[in-house]
Design a protein around this ligand. Structure first.
Ligand code: 9MG
Length: 289
């Protein structure tokens, strides 16, 4: 696989050589997968350090829950949750920090505090001015496909052609980002597993990730399957804390289908899984005619 560079605020991250692991750090009181365990800034920073020791390449810090049905939090509340953690982590670590937000004001403050990536689950639909902040900072931008809002997304009628919807939605978001000055080399794309899709459509998106990779050859592909409810559905309604094996299987499948970055809660397990999947991908590519 060719090695390419994803441009961030103060460095470039090589991708394509091995799968990069993004560790999830939720600083919300109600995070669906970790029960809001890392809510205080001290415990959040400690947990980030554990993920870095386990091999995380990026830490993604979020102060607004995106679980299905969750409501927006105020800008003031979100700032209060994420900024102290970003500041502290930026002084203690050298790996890139990502902020998971849909608000341009939070993106700006986070980039000033030391973040290098903005992870926008609305792909600029909620606040296109996020692109202005990213462009000014020369930061990385994750454009994730979603439908509706976290509050409404699971009530929406399913679309007939989910692949088509993801491809056209991401194309529109890339165009908005570029019109506002974000360079193509700063953008990563994400199919948005679990955001306004049925369980079957989530599986379909993983199965057809290679099609997404062919449509968007110049962009790193990020995917987040970790502990999500479609895994619970496949695993006899297993609760979030019983979905590790399913998560690992979905990561291996995603890597085989072309994912460059995986967003996960369980970093050590994901690092080990991606090492094995990467070795298989490398051999498969060498043997291709
Ligand atoms: C914040 N968040 C929750 N799930 C996500 C996913 O699948 N991708 C990205 N980029 N962010 C996510």
């Amino acid at each position: 696989m060719p090695i390419r560079q994803w441009k961030l605020a103060r460095r470039s991250l090589p991708y394509g050589e091995r799968t990069l692991v993004m560790g999830v750090l939720n600083v919300t009181p109600d995070s669906f997968s970790d029960g809001g365990k890392f809510y205080s800034p001290e415990s959040a920073v400690e947990h980030a350090q554990e993920m870095i020791a386990a091999g995380a390449d990026i830490i993604d810090i979020g102060g607004e829950s995106t679980r299905p049905g969750s409501a927006f939090v105020s800008e003031a509340e979100e700032l209060q949750r994420v900024i102290p953690v970003i500041k502290q982590l930026a002084t203690e670590t050298s790996i890139p920090i990502s902020v998971d937000t849909t608000k341009s004001s939070v993106a700006r403050a986070a980039l000033e505090a030391g973040a290098e990536i903005v992870n926008d689950i609305s792909a600029l639909r909620f606040d296109p001015a996020i692109a202005d902040e990213v462009a000014k900072a020369g930061a990385g931008l994750v454009l994730m496909h979603s439908r509706g809002t976290p509050k409404t997304m699971q009530q929406l009628p399913p679309v007939a052609d989910i692949m088509g919807d993801v491809i056209s939605g991401l194309r529109e978001s890339i165009a908005v980002a570029e019109q506002r000055g974000v360079s193509q080399e700063n953008i990563a794309i994400d199919p948005g597993i679990g955001f306004g899709k049925t369980a079957a459509q989530n599986v379909e998106l993983i199965a057809h990730l290679d099609q997404l990779a062919r449509e968007f050859t110049d962009f790193p592909i990020l995917i987040g399957t970790s502990r999500k409810s479609f895994l619970g559905k496949l695993l006899d309604n297993a609760p979030a804390d019983q979905r590790l094996n399913g998560t690992i299987a979905s990561i291996a499948a995603s890597v085989m289908k072309g994912a460059h970055i995986v967003r996960v809660h369980d970093v050590k397990a994901a690092v080990e899984a991606t090492k094995v999947a990467d070795a298989v991908v490398r051999i498969s590519k060498l043997k291709m005619p």
